[in-house]
Design a protein. Structure first.
Length: 346
């Protein structure tokens, strides 16, 4: 049993080097999510936008897996597919041993308390006509049979957990700052004691001065309640602070999955190298990071991806095989997976 909010703290330690590593709480296999294209006067189906194309990864209990990549690579679509906010085209998404991709609506509703989401824009994700107490208490109304006093006590405990004053309970979202609104969204996500939370760029719409506060809050809550995160972001500096492992995506596919420190010290996939070379270096005297990798050309259309590797049209290391055959995501080092023809296992 994981502790409820208000219970004594429980600190989850990741022990990947131990003989018995933690089990995957989330297991994604060959996930595909295509959006149909209809054209012409009769709206015929003429193709698909392959937003997510054959993606596989695991998220272990108590860890934070960061999902990174440039805009349009499919990060947010993966996050929403994992919670089945989008219907999956193909593949399996197991959360706590249950394949939610194939669940009937009522069974899926019973699974909702285990998996929640923190959205990117706190202003857009909060109902402006509801008070803070109503917003945080809505999941309790839907999924529990608590009395009014029990719900109010739970709401107050959640507000305490995310650093909101209880006197704010009867206020409306427009009366709060962006950081406070995001805390309300986090409290709502915690209401049912979930095991897994998808954080879909939770700091992107916030001021830089507030971003660190929200990320530190997420880390503190993870340690206290044993949460597991999928942290979607394009802020690679913040990802380095919060993530345990990083999954790099490009054009709907996984390019590399590596432990955070290993990835930042030595990325293996050519796209990961280019992506990390763009991270600003605060020390101008530090020349260990190498030169900036400038990619040529534009990202291909997800409706018509390249025949071979999705990255072949922009890859500075591309060879003829890259244009003809898709690489397979394979393990090339302990806990490191790469989809590239020219990255060999040790």
């Amino acid at each position: 049993m994981r502790p409820a909010i208000g219970a004594p703290p429980r600190h989850m330690l990741l022990m990947f080097d131990s003989p018995s590593p933690p089990r995957p709480l989330v297991s994604v296999r060959n996930l595909k999510l295509y959006f149909p294209i209809h054209a012409g006067i009769f709206r015929r189906h003429t193709g698909n936008v392959k937003a997510v194309d054959n993606v596989s990864f695991d998220i272990y209990e108590g860890e934070t897996l960061a999902l990174v990549g440039e805009s349009g690579c499919g990060k947010s679509t993966v996050g929403r597919a994992l919670l089945r906010l989008y219907e999956v085209t193909a593949g399996r998404v197991e959360i706590d041993g249950v394949d939610i991709a194939s669940l009937a609506p009522e069974k899926l509703r019973q699974m909702r308390p285990k998996m929640q989401m923190v959205f990117q824009d706190p202003q857009a994700s909060l109902n402006p006509r509801m008070t803070v107490a109503s917003i945080i208490g809505e999941p309790l109304d839907e999924h529990t049979s608590q009395t009014k006093s029990e719900k109010l006590g739970r709401i107050y405990a959640l507000m305490d957990a995310v650093g909101l004053n209880r006197s704010f309970a009867d206020r409306y979202p427009h009366e709060f700052s962006g950081g406070q609104r995001q805390r309300i969204g986090i409290a709502r996500a915690l209401a049912l004691n979930p095991k897994f939370i998808v954080c879909d760029e939770p700091i992107a719409a916030l001021d830089v001065s507030i971003q660190a506060q929200v990320v530190n809050l997420l880390e503190d809550l993870q340690k206290e309640f044993g949460l597991t995160y999928l942290f979607i972001s394009h802020d690679l500096s913040m990802v380095r602070h919060i993530a345990d492992r990083v999954c790099v995506m490009y054009l709907g596919q996984v390019a590399e999955i590596s432990p955070r420190d290993a990835l930042y010290e030595g990325p293996l996939h050519p796209y990961a190298k280019a992506l990390l070379s763009a991270v600003p270096n605060p020390d101008p005297r530090d020349r260990s990071r190498g030169k900036r990798v400038i990619l040529q050309g534009d990202v291909p259309s997800a409706a018509n991806p390249p025949k071979g590797c999705n990255f072949c049209t922009r890859c500075p290391e591309a060879q003829p095989i890259c244009f003809d055959r898709k690489p397979i995501l394979q393990t090339v080092a302990p806990r490191r997976q790469v989809a590239c023809h020219f990255v060999n296992s040790n």
